[in-house]
Design a protein around this ligand. Structure first.
Ligand SMILES: Nc1nc2c(c(=O)[nH]1)N[C@H]1C(S)=C(S)[C@@H](COP(=O)(O)O)O[C@H]1N2
Ligand SMILES: [Mo]
Length: 386
């Protein structure tokens, strides 16, 4: 990661010297030369839902203006002067923090991958409810802020505390989706065990710049290792709860089924699953016969490290190891590549499969208990060899 970081910073620093000599990703930081990199794909205009064009993946860090955006409601208008983070509930002393106060606290920088729990949903058959994300509701960035643990330490948890509820400033109605009447806030909870881990921070910077509005300015949670819905944007209130929180966005929404003792139980979505995605070739791309073709992509595994990516070029009959690129970094995706020289012309089905340090292997088949979320099975990419 250190190397990626240096590369990223070097790219940013040399930006003014001329775009031609720079790697593709650093050029993305400048709007003037952005045309070369495809913009975010609009999945929904209002609320804004934008997808990263995953096939252009080439660096570990996704620049801020190419990072996917997942909004449930209209973006809130926040006036920094009036904005406060309020911490209340089962605490020894409720408190409010303003922006300057937070920025004066000891900061940490955490590189982490965020993936929407609905990523890849567009490939589900039958068609699933929700935003039709293809491959790009995922990104990797460097987040800077204050550990949530430091804030909780300031206010002091009472013995009764069990759950930490994070609330965003955005509000809207989910009544049409079977939710409660009236407007509600986007909110999720973390158990204390996760909330106090070092990989859970309240971030005010993203890739070295102030957090962009679409990504939660002035302050967002980054819950590394968990699906994106836990990383509350436009954070305005933390409620320490003396009982498990059962809010809309972790019961009716963002939950899946677990079969226990022959009974289906709903469980809130938490950790990201192990997964590899192919960036190139893309589906239906034409690949020249008898010439080396670079199959490449990214792999991630939530709280665990990716240990292995394998590729199949015959629809899953045979597998061969891909090369993991760069260094492993906790909570971050890892780029990988595989060189393939197709022997004959025709249709070929490519697959990538990841394994992690917990010995989890990416499944080949979809588990219907996951409803319209956590799409982590291997997705076939069909190409034309000519
Ligand atoms: N306040 C608020 N926080 C939110 C959301 C939201 O709609 N409102 N969406 C969540 C979901 S589902 C995801 S995947 C991530 C996306 O973060 P990004 O838009 O910065 O990529 O933000 C999460 N935090
Ligand atoms: Mo999400």
């Amino acid at each position: 990661m250190e190397q990626d970081r240096r590369e990223f910073l070097r790219g940013a620093a040399t930006l003014t010297l001329g775009a031609a000599v720079l790697p593709a990703w650093s050029r993305a930081a400048s709007p003037a030369v952005n045309d070369k990199i495809p913009p975010l794909i609009v999945r929904e205009k209002e609320p804004q839902n934008l997808e990263f064009p995953f096939h252009v993946l080439s660096e570990t860090i996704v620049p801020n203006d190419r990072f996917y955006v997942r909004n449930h409601f209209s973006m809130p208008k926040i006036e920094l002067k009036a904005w406060r983070l309020r911490v209340e509930g089962a605490v020894k002393k409720a408190a409010e923090f303003d922006y300057d106060e937070l920025r004066k606290m000891k900061s940490v920088t955490l590189p982490a991958t965020l993936e929407c729990a609905g990523n890849n949903r567009a490939f589900l058959v039958p068609k699933a409810r929700g935003v039709a994300w293809q491959l790009g509701a995922v990104g990797n960035a460097e987040w800077t802020g204050v550990p949530l643990a430091a804030i909780l330490e300031r206010v002091g948890l009472r013995d009764a505390a069990v759950d930490i509820i994070l609330e965003g400033a955005d509000r809207g109605s989910v009544a049409a989706a079977g939710g409660p009447p009236g407007n509600i806030s986007f909110a999720r909870s973390l158990p204390i065990a996760k909330a106090t881990r070092p990989e859970v921070i309240l971030a005010y910077r993203m890739n070295g710049a102030d957090l962009p509005a679409a990504h939660g300015f002035p302050l967002r949670a980054v819950v590394a290792g968990w699906y994106g819905m836990a990383s509350i944007k436009w954070l305005r209130r933390i409620i320490v709860s003396d009982r498990p929180f059962n809010g809309y966005f972790q019961s009716l929404d963002y939950s899946y089924f677990e079969q226990r003792d022959g009974l289906a139980v709903t469980v809130p979505i938490t950790e990201m699953q192990v997964k590899a995605q192919i960036a190139r070739p893309r589906a239906d791309e034409t690949v020249p016969v008898k010439q080396p073709c670079r199959i490449h992509g990214a792999a991630w595994a939530g709280e665990a490290d990716v240990t292995r990516v394998e590729v199949s070029v015959d629809g899953g009959k045979n597998w061969a190891p891909a090369k993991l690129l760069g260094n492993a970094a906790s909570f971050c995706w890892r780029l990988w590549e595989f060189s393939w020289t197709p022997a004959r012309a025709g249709r070929a089905t490519l697959l990538a499969r990841a394994r992690d340090a917990r010995r989890r292997t990416q499944p080949l088949e979809r588990d219907p208990n996951r409803r319209n979320y956590m799409v982590s099975h291997c997705l076939p990419v069909e190409v034309d060899v000519k």
